[in-house]
Design a protein around this ligand. Structure first.
Ligand SMILES: Nc1ncnc2c1ncn2[C@@H]1O[C@H](COP(=O)(O)OP(=O)(O)OP(=O)(O)O)[C@@H](O)[C@H]1O
Length: 498
């Protein structure tokens, strides 16, 4: 059989079919528009005109001729023109409502895209597609909420928790460290916070950042002692994509990069492994780093605050810490006083800590009885403010009384009364001695000696304690004892007599 002959006027029929289909669609659908190659609207159907008020237009003449993406929020018509790909069915949501739409590219005889036609197939698809749209809206809502929560979390985690005012205490050593912290905040130099565990080094690092010009940029913390040695380098400098297989395949930003523009708090810097110390030194000097597995250099602008409770100079002497890194970190050294050097602050600290403890635990408020305060002030506090907090927390959890008595605190004081030397007793020991706060018994025979001798003994003990506590710094010792430097110098000969 011969193949059927195409009718002579096939082209004409097709052209007419296309034209009449266009007209049929223009009538049948809710609305239709045509845009040109430059995304400009060239025509809208009569049906489309009723959407104009909801889109903010009074008349067709204000609308036609505009670029579609400027007048129809969320439309993908421009994308269809640019990519030449149809979108047969899609949901479009904007201020005019939710619509079921279809978008098709228009081509010339050579197949070049010359524009696109967009159709609103259903105006209120909710009625027909209700279950689908409800689900879509719910998922979208969940996605938006999760994104918002995540963003808020990220901001919260990066936001410093403390200001300098959060450092509770008005004793001379507390005022001095706060003054130094304020001064450090004004400079951009590396800060080295030195002090025993639990003295508030981390709190001060946050406070310095908050008071510095970098306050609106991130504060990123890294506790070097808490990260396994093998992972530290990646934590610091990040990993380039593809450097590893497995979880790190996609690459990861290092803490330096995350802190870019802000502050990096390096806690327990004394625990830094030697090989990494030289790499850290280079970053501190050059403000440049190379992520693991990459050979591109990244520039960063990071202010470093380091902290340690270890004796860094002794570690340098033993070859455990690089001298050059120590000097690079030691630009602004801040010595955070131990709690036993500022026992005057115990009351204010205990009050602030109790307030925080009961608030977090949702308990009724508590206060300290005078004998409880006296007991706390007689402690040595090797764990400092963290230890004070723990003791108060345990006592609060174990009893319901509003007024905490000494007897309730005593079981949690591992070092009970260890700091109180006997009047006239030796002032030796590793830790600075604390002056007795309890009265000696009235029948103590040592009270029946010349008063001047007893006062001199007490002064000697106080001077020794203050000098030991401040590492021999006479100005700081004088401040600790709330006396002038001149009076301290006057009294120094007493030490030779004892
Ligand atoms: N002056 C202060 N006022 C109020 N709270 C304080 C003060 N100093 C420390 N704290 C609180 O004591 C706890 C321990 O403080 P922080 O973690 O800053 O000490 P740290 O010196 O960094 O300790 P570590 O060396 O063990 O890391 C924290 O809960 C902190 O909020």
């Amino acid at each position: 059989m011969n193949p059927p002959q195409l009718p002579q006027d096939a082209d004409g029929v097709l052209r007419l079919a296309a034209q009449s289909m266009f007209e049929v669609f223009a009538q049948a659908v809710e609305g239709m528009m045509v845009v040109d190659r430059q995304h400009r609207i060239v025509w809208i159907s009569d049906g489309y005109k009723r959407f104009l008020p909801a889109l903010g237009f009074g008349h067709e003449t204000e609308f036609v001729g505009r670029r579609v993406e400027e007048v129809v929020p969320n439309t993908l018509m421009a994308q269809v023109v640019d990519q030449g790909q149809p979108m047969l069915v899609d949901l479009l949501t904007n201020k005019a409502g939710t619509f079921l739409v279809s978008r098709l590219p228009l081509r010339d005889d050579r197949g070049e895209v010359i524009g696109a036609v967009g159709m609103v197939l259903l105006d209120h698809p909710e009625t027909t597609l209700q279950p689908l749209i409800a689900k879509f809206n719910r998922l979208q809502q969940e996605l938006d909420d999760t994104r918002r929560q995540l963003a808020a979390e990220q901001v919260k985690n990066r936001r410093p928790k403390y200001s300098i005012a959060s450092f509770v205490g008005s004793s001379a050593p507390a005022l001095e460290i706060k003054r130094q912290a304020r001064r450090a905040a004004l400079s951009d130099a590396t800060v080295l916070l030195l002090g025993e565990t639990g003295t508030g080094k981390e709190l001060l690092a946050h406070a310095i950042h908050t008071a510095s010009p970098r306050a609106l940029k991130p504060l990123v913390s890294l506790n070097i002692a808490a990260v396994p040695e093998t992972l530290l380098e990646a934590e610091f400098f990040g990993v380039a994509p593809g450097a590893y297989t497995g979880a790190d395949r996609k690459g990861r930003e290092g803490k330096f990069k995350l802190a870019d523009g802000g502050t990096l708090f390096l806690d327990e810097i004394g625990d830094m492994p030697l090989p990494l110390q030289s790499k850290l030194l280079r970053v501190l000097q050059e403000q440049e780093l190379e992520p693991l597995g990459s050979n591109t250099v990244i520039r960063v602008d990071v202010r470093v605050i380091a902290a340690t409770s270890r004796d860094l100079p002794a570690m340098v002497a033993r070859g455990e810490f690089r001298a050059d890194l120590f000097y690079r970190l030691n630009v602004l050294p801040l010595r955070v006083p131990a709690l036993r050097e500022r026992l005057d602050d115990v009351e204010a600290l205990a009050e602030a800590l109790l307030e925080d403890i009961v608030r977090r635990a949702g308990m009724a408020s508590r206060s300290l009885a005078p004998d409880a305060l006296e007991l706390l002030m007689r402690q040595d506090w090797p764990g400092n403010i963290r230890e004070l907090r723990n003791v108060l927390e345990q006592a609060c959890l174990m009893g319901d009384e509003m007024l905490l008595q000494a007897a309730q605190l005593a079981p949690y004081l591992k070092h009970a009364a260890s700091a109180a030397p006997r009047l006239g007793g030796p002032a030796g020991g590793d830790r600075p001695t604390v002056l007795p706060t309890a009265e000696p018994r009235p029948d103590d025979p040592r009270l029946l000696r010349p008063l001047a001798e007893q006062i001199a003994e007490l002064e000697r003990a106080a001077l020794r304690a203050a000098l030991r506590a401040t590492g021999g710094n006479k100005l700081a010792a004088a401040k600790l004892l709330r006396m002038s430097r001149a009076s301290l110098y006057d009294k120094l000969p007493l030490l030779d007599q004892g």
